[in-house]
Design a protein around this ligand. Structure first.
Ligand code: NAP
Length: 247
């Protein structure tokens, strides 16, 4: 692998959609920095898988994005590993319901910090490096950034902020750095605290014109497309089987 292979940092990348984004970008020739918070074991397995395909083409980085000091350290470590950055994918996210009458400031902080504050400040910290490489930023938004997800007001507010961040930074960082977003619809069902019943899944799919969930590969291919689209900036592509056609 030539040393000039582009480098991508994907946050929250040990599992699920983030891991598929890593594999897709790696397949396209990127060297990959796999960021994780708690999922150390799957992150290491993914890095080993990618390094087996091409030596020295993947590394892992740990940081809790709720903590600003760790956000700064993550940015510094990112540049220390491969010495350059071409693509930042802000994928890490916390997601859980917050009924208005039963929500706390701690929940606010957790949802806003992971979905909005950290993406902003990691983007800011890495802007000089991305500028040097004429690189790009891709944010994982959500179709509910436009029409809030019932029962999830704080998450929806955070993603709406991330949508505006995408458009604002596209202006602020042009022409050196392009900034775009991908808005998934129903791709992988949430786990743990936010798990849905079968009835809730059916109700949700009844509003998807294509009648099924999408695949993580649909998201990853769109990320790759935007990474390689030199005249697209400030756009957010819905990958949702048509769901955003419904309110
Ligand atoms: N799944 C869907 O159908 C869907 C729909 C709409 C939008 N999206 C968006 O697409 C992206 C990927 O979705 P996903 O379902 O694959 O995500 P996910 O599994 O819910 O979360 C991805 C990772 O985010 C990391 N994370 C959460 N809080 C963090 C924090 N404070 N600091 C550092 N890392 C943190 C976690 O890392 P650790 O495990 O290492 O702790 C987690 O594995 C997200 O931005 C999500 O909002 C997904």
């Amino acid at each position: 692998m030539p040393t000039q292979a582009p480098v991508a940092l994907v946050t929250g990348a040990a599992q699920r959609i983030g891991a598929v984004i890593c594999r897709t970008l790696h397949q396209a020739g990127y060297r990959i920095l796999i960021h994780y918070r708690h999922s150390e074991a799957p992150a290491q397995v993914l890095a080993a898988e990618l390094n087996q395909q091409r030596p020295d083409s993947a590394a892992t980085l740990q940081a809790d994005l709720d903590d600003m000091a760790q956000v700064d350290t993550l940015a510094a470590q990112t540049l220390a590993i491969f010495g350059q950055l071409d693509l930042l994918v802000n994928n890490a996210s916390s997601f859980f319901p917050t009924p208005v009458t039963d929500s706390s400031q701690q929940q606010w902080d957790q949802l806003i910090n992971s979905n909005l504050r950290a993406p902003y400040f990691i983007s800011a910290a890495l802007t000089p490096a991305l500028t040097e490489r004429q690189g790009c930023i891709i944010n994982l938004v959500d179709i509910h950034a436009q029409r809030g997800l019932t029962g999830y007001p704080i998450y929806s507010i955070a993603k709406a902020g991330l949508q505006m961040m995408t458009m604002s930074l596209a202006k602020e960082l042009a022409p050196a750095v392009r900034v775009n977003g991908v808005s998934p619809g129903a791709i992988l069902w949430p786990e743990a605290d936010a798990a849905l019943s079968e009835g809730e899944k059916e109700a949700l799919l009844s509003k998807v014109p294509l009648g099924r969930t999408g695949r993580p590969e649909d998201i990853a291919q769109t990320v790759l497309y935007l990474a390689q689209a030199p005249y697209i900036s400030g756009q957010i592509v819905a990958v949702d089987g048509g769901k955003s056609l419904y309110s």
